[in-house]
Design a binder for this molecule. Structure first.
Ligand code: PEP
Ligand code: MN
Length: 374
């Protein structure tokens, strides 16, 4: 059960203390956990009641001091899930941008940061095309211990400075250890926060529960959680719930394909048919990663790259974010050069995304016209 309190509730007020003492009396059968969500205009407080809540009457809970609304939730995905009569928002704001199940952002950029020149060329191209987001890998989890592991914290200052210079507002950046969050935070603070970061949890760490809990405990940065490559969707959605149950609800869920030979010759079996499924089960915006799904620059006889085909498929299904590898000199890239798109392809790629998004919007209007007959 979730109690949604009146907006901007005063935590020092007498009614708030009365509410808490009432909730304390429910323990140990029912425990509570308080979440605060800072929106653009108001602060929302949600109280999660965990345990045997079946004996609690909704009307009685609604009558408690400071309580505006009560939602009875199912067991699955308590915080991030969609529940009956649940009108909690399916979006969040970060660094001037809105990320929601109704928006679409492209994060084109380098799989791995290599040189300041390549970072600058990428960001310059993004600015010319009015793009405020990018991806930049500093900490790279690699299959082989002998492979390039990323420049780590050493590259952060120039990446963030250049982002500020070219008006980039959000960088998706993978972290593989809690310490990386501190390194990112310290660098951003020292530079005066020229840009923002969306912390990426990679597919190899989807069930690294201690990492998830640590990232969930901080609420400065939103999180892009990749689906685990060899686990069920339910298991990956529960991983997202780890972040939220610790306090960070600003989570974007990313489909990136599944590891199986059934998807050959693609690097992973493309799973973008699940974009609408994740939107139905949860309130998270859904990202697709066509680069790590396809893993090559293969092209269909129709002239369209597989990467662009699957991007369009995901966007036409309502994806809210596209994470895609680009590189100014793919032959020199230290990671994943063969799947990277080229700079001159950025404009056409964005146009293709726009076409697919328009098709999605038209499909939504069509569905709305059918709604009454359902
Ligand atoms: C990446 O996005 O750079 C990456 C390593 O992706 P994944 O975790 O999905 O393999
Ligand atoms: Mn990669």
């Amino acid at each position: 059960m979730i109690l949604i309190l009146e907006p901007n509730v005063d935590r020092h007020s007498e009614p708030y203390h009365r509410l808490l003492s009432h909730l304390d009396d429910l323990a140990p059968a029912v425990n509570h956990r308080i979440h605060t969500i800072q929106g653009a205009e108001q602060q929302l407080t949600e109280v999660y009641l965990i345990g045997n809540t079946s004996t609690l009457a909704i009307d009685e809970m609604r009558a408690l001091p400071c309580v505006a609304r009560v939602i009875r939730i199912s067991e699955a995905y308590k915080v991030l899930g969609r529940h009956r009569h649940d009108d909690r928002p399916a979006h969040f704001d970060y660094n001037g941008l809105r990320f929601g199940q109704d928006t679409l952002h492209v994060f084109a950029g380098l799989c791995a940061v290599d040189t300041p020149e390549h970072v600058e060329a990428m960001m310059k191209a993004l600015r010319e095309l009015g793009q405020p987001c990018t991806r930049m890998g500093a900490y790279k989890p690699r299959t082989s211990p002998y492979a390039f592991q990323g420049h780590g914290k050493q590259c952060l200052p120039y990446v963030f400075d250049l982002a500020g210079k070219y008006g980039i507002r959000v960088i998706a950046m993978e972290v593989t250890h809690e310490a990386h969050v501190d390194e990112i935070h310290e660098t951003l603070e020292r530079l005066g926060n020229p840009t923002g970061v969306m912390l990426q949890v990679g597919t190899r760490n989807t069930q690294n529960f201690e990492l998830l809990k640590a990232i969930g405990r901080q609420t400065t940065y939103p999180v892009l959680l990749k689906r685990g490559f060899g686990i069920t969707l339910d298991e990956s959605l529960n991983a997202a719930e780890y972040l939220a149950s610790e306090g960070n609800q600003r989570v974007v869920f990313c489909l990136r394909g599944m590891k199986t030979n059934m998807g050959d010759p693609h690097r992973n079996f493309v799973d973008f048919a699940q974009v609408p499924v994740v939107k139905r089960l949860t309130r998270m915006p859904v990202c697709i990663d066509p680069s790590h799904s396809v893993g090559s620059r293969s092209r269909c006889p129709d002239g369209i790259l597989d990467v662009m085909h699957v991007t369009a498929q995901g966007v036409v299904a309502g994806a809210n974010m596209v994470l895609v590898d680009f590189h100014p000199a793919p032959e020199k890239a230290l990671v994943d050069g063969p799947q990277a798109m080229r700079m001159h392809e950025l404009g056409p790629f964005l146009e293709d995304v726009r076409i697919a998004r328009e098709a999605f919007e038209a499909r939504r209007r069509l569905a709305a016209s059918m709604a009454d007959t359902d």
